[in-house]
Write a protein that binds this ligand. Structure first.
Ligand code: SF4
Length: 365
């Protein structure tokens, strides 16, 4: 039997800047005596302090897709994956700019450009920097880049261009890292995040739960990200894709996913906690509850996986009384998303669905 004061103490500790012990973090994930509703309420107390009822909406752009020489076992773009995705090298600057406009008009607070591959060359880094300058000069939108491994000189080029955030996920703990990837190391990823920080770029770094890791690994990642002062933490839940090395998610019930989000909120109280890949697939009928610990989500799918129709996501947010951070009103956003859903219906059932070119290159429709 858990004392009612336990839940309040989680919120009080988080708000007071106190780090929860590893044992308490694992208990949040695993102890069935901890009831979900008071746990969510405690996490919401912390979320509300820093983020109110706001929800930041992110839209991903696969600016270069597939053909990656790395072997990340969860990724449809890796060299070992046989998932039939659309592959292309870097989109033209015009196409990326047109998609930035679409993201802005669709209510995105932040535009995330993702480039597959180990990391950018010096020339590619300059190209990325120019894109960042052009987007920021044209639209009032935050820009995030995910481009693989970076060192200090490359981070400095992007920082000088005005990049708001760099995404680079840790994905799993140091101990477990070699089980999911052999072509680069956990330390490589950590070094990239530190280079971004040293150059004054905010960091976005998260995890993928459900890859067979023990709960203690998730606690370790949460605390590493706390130590790095990561501004943004995308919490992914492994999506099953036949053809990847790692196919079957392990242990991801809707309740466990919510516990993971709560644990990240308590350990990283001020961070933008994002419900990332697997939101619809793993949370299922409990999806809306994820807005209580988390304050951010991806709209319109993930890298190569379709997500729910945008109008359904916007409705979920406003039905629960949360507020979308956008220059456009919720009604306007739902109406425009409804039109898009009518033109490009999205079906996601009990399996992962690969994005098609319409999803990946919307400006070319
Ligand atoms: S996660 Fe990134 S580095 Fe790893 S295979 Fe996918 S695109 Fe390549």
């Amino acid at each position: 039997m858990i004392d009612a004061g336990f839940y309040g103490s989680l919120a009080t500790s988080a708000l007071g800047g106190e780090e929860l012990s590893d044992a308490v973090c694992e208990q949040i994930l695993l102890d069935p005596a901890i009831d979900l509703l008071p746990l969510l309420n405690a996490a919401y107390t912390v979320r509300k302090e820093y983020w109110g009822k706001s929800v930041q909406v992110h839209i991903l752009n696969n600016a270069a897709n597939g053909k990656c020489p790395e072997d990340c076992s969860y990724c449809t773009q890796g060299k070992n994956s046989s998932v039939d995705i659309e592959e292309y090298s870097m989109k033209s600057a015009d196409e990326i700019m047109a998609e930035a406009r679409l993201a802005y008009e669709n209510g995105a607070f932040r535009y995330c450009m993702v480039f597959s591959g180990r990391g950018p060359s010096a020339t590619r880094t300059e190209e990325l920097a120019q894109l960042v300058r052009d987007i920021k000069a044209t639209y009032p939108i935050e820009v995030c880049v995910s481009a693989g491994l970076l060192d200090d000189p490359k981070a400095a080029v992007l920082a000088e261009a005005g990049l708001d955030r760099l995404n680079h996920n840790l994905n799993t703990s140091e101990e477990h890292y070699a089980d999911i990837c052999t072509t680069h190391t956990y330390q490589d990823r950590l070094n990239t995040l530190k280079a971004a920080k040293r150059n004054g770029i905010e960091t976005c770094s998260g995890l993928i739960a459900g890859m067979g890791e023990p709960a203690s690994d998730l606690v370790e990642i949460a605390k590493t990200l706390r130590g790095l002062d990561a501004e943004s933490i995308p919490v992914n839940f492994l999506l099953p894709f036949e053809g990847n090395d790692l196919v079957e998610p392990v242990g991801l019930t809707p309740e466990y996913c919510l516990r993971v989000l709560c644990m990240f909120r308590f350990t990283n109280p001020r961070a933008e906690i994002r419900i990332a890949a697997g939101r619809e697939f793993h949370l299922r009928s409990m999806e809306v509850m994820s807005l209580y610990p988390a304050n951010s989500l991806f709209l319109a799918g993930y890298l190569n996986a379709k997500g729910a129709a945008s109008n359904r996501t916007y409705e979920m947010i406003s039905d629960a009384g949360f507020e979308i951070v956008s220059e456009f009103g919720a009604g306007e956003l739902v109406a425009s998303a409804e039109q898009s859903a009518a033109e490009h219906p999205v079906e996601i059932g009990g399996k992962s669905v690969v994005k098609d070119l319409d999803d990946l290159r919307p400006a070319a429709r």
